[in-house]
Design a protein around this ligand. Structure first.
Ligand SMILES: Cc1cc2nc3c(=O)[nH]c(=O)nc-3n(C[C@H](O)[C@H](O)[C@H](O)COP(=O)(O)O)c2cc1C
Length: 350
């Protein structure tokens, strides 16, 4: 589908810049991913249209291989439709981008927003671009299929960063989605970092895997050395799920994570949001924006190396990652191990 050598994609990791990582993953035969960088380091909204165009141009200037980009389509993402339009037009205008930028991933909101966009429709008709949406629960996979997505990124609860309230782990989620939607292409995500994990994903019906934490802990990622170095020493039990202003989030256990609110059910969160929105009328919009800004500042603090007060987004897969390596070594090892694992596995059923 993507013309890549190895079925390994980099997961989306906004609001951070992951363009050098994208180049490294694409050059190593995987599928690089440009993340949605909608806020600046000081937590203020940044012009995400210019940022995404700039990042796309950087990647296409540094690799001749296929790659993709992420846009979060949550109702909290102001100007999301314009971002989809402008990005589609930008790709359309450049023949090299039309060839290489062939993976549009939406997440954290409606799966319909991209396919309904007129500029994206034109791009889709005249290029090989494929639209995938992140499905962290079966009912969300149903919505993606109904929206006409070309494929799904099936992301289980082990994963780093934002999570669904359903709390279903990748192993079961993949099987659920495979049972109900056997024919739609799937990328397995959340908890994958080894060849064994990849072999499991392929046998459960995925065509490939996407990894976030594994690629953070690579020599090629833009994350701070302190962030990377947390990973090899950490155990699988060293993450916590907390409720942030935008929902449930999996973080590495540090001072920041421990001080954050405990995970709530969707119902509790909805009551809290209702109270918050009533409160919003009483408080100024600026005060609300300030809450979002604090989350962004904490995320960037970690990205820049503050491992105590920063929000260190990582998944349970940190328990199976033992070294910071180059992206090409990571991909090569995973592919070789997956092949060995699959060959051995078949002997058990022959
Ligand atoms: C630092 C970080 C930032 C993330 N930001 C995004 C994002 O902007 N959009 C998105 O769809 N997922 C985001 N995620 C989730 C990842 O795309 C992916 O689901 C997760 O990393 C998979 O779990 P793994 O870390 O075990 O590989 C983020 C994850 C991390 C670790």
């Amino acid at each position: 589908m993507f013309g890549i050598k190895h079925p390994i994609a980099c997961a989306a990791m906004g609001p951070f810049r992951t363009t050098e990582l994208a180049v490294a993953v694409s050059d190593a035969g995987g599928l690089g991913m440009i993340s949605h960088t909608n806020v600046s380091m000081d937590g203020y909204e940044q012009n995400d249209i210019d940022a995404l165009k700039k990042n796309i141009d950087f990647v296409v200037e540094h690799t001749n291989k296929p790659f993709g980009f992420n846009i979060r389509t949550s109702r909290n993402e102001v100007g999301c439709d314009e971002l989809i339009s402008e990005t589609s037009k930008h790709i359309m205008a450049n023949p090299k981008l039309r060839e290489q930028c062939i993976y549009a991933l939406t997440s954290a909101g409606s799966a319909r927003r991209m396919p309904q966009n007129k500029d994206f429709q034109k791009l889709r008709e005249s290029t090989q671009i494929k639209h995938f949406h992140v499905a962290p629960a079966l009912w969300l996979a149903d919505k993606c299929v109904a929206a006409g997505c070309d494929g799904l990124v099936v992301t289980g609860f082990e994963g780093g960063g934002h999570q669904s309230y359903e709390k279903v782990a990748s192993l079961v989620l993949l099987q659920q989605v495979q049972q109900k939607h056997p024919d739609i292409p799937k990328i397995a995500c959340g908890g994958f970092a080894t060849g064994g994990g990849m072999a499991a994903a392929l046998t459960l019906g995925a065509g490939g895997i996407a990894m976030g934490s594994r690629f953070i802990a690579s020599k090629d990622s833009e994350f701070h050395e302190n962030y990377k170095n947390v990973v090899p020493l950490a155990k699988a039990s060293d993450t916590l799920v907390r409720t942030g202003i935008l929902g449930t989030i999996r973080l590495w256990r540090n001072k920041y994570a421990l001080a954050k609110g405990l995970v709530k059910s969707k119902e509790e969160k909805m009551i809290e949001e209702k109270e918050l929105s009533d409160h919003r009328i009483a408080i100024s919009k600026e005060e609300l924006a300030e809450e979002l800004r604090k989350d962004a500042i904490a995320a960037f603090a970690a990205y820049q190396g503050d491992m105590e007060n920063g929000a260190v987004l990582l998944g349970q897969s940190i328990g199976i990652i033992n070294q910071v390596e180059s992206v090409s070594d990571i991909i090569e090892t995973i592919i070789n191990d997956a092949e060995k694992t699959l060959k051995k596995a078949i002997t058990f059923v022959e």
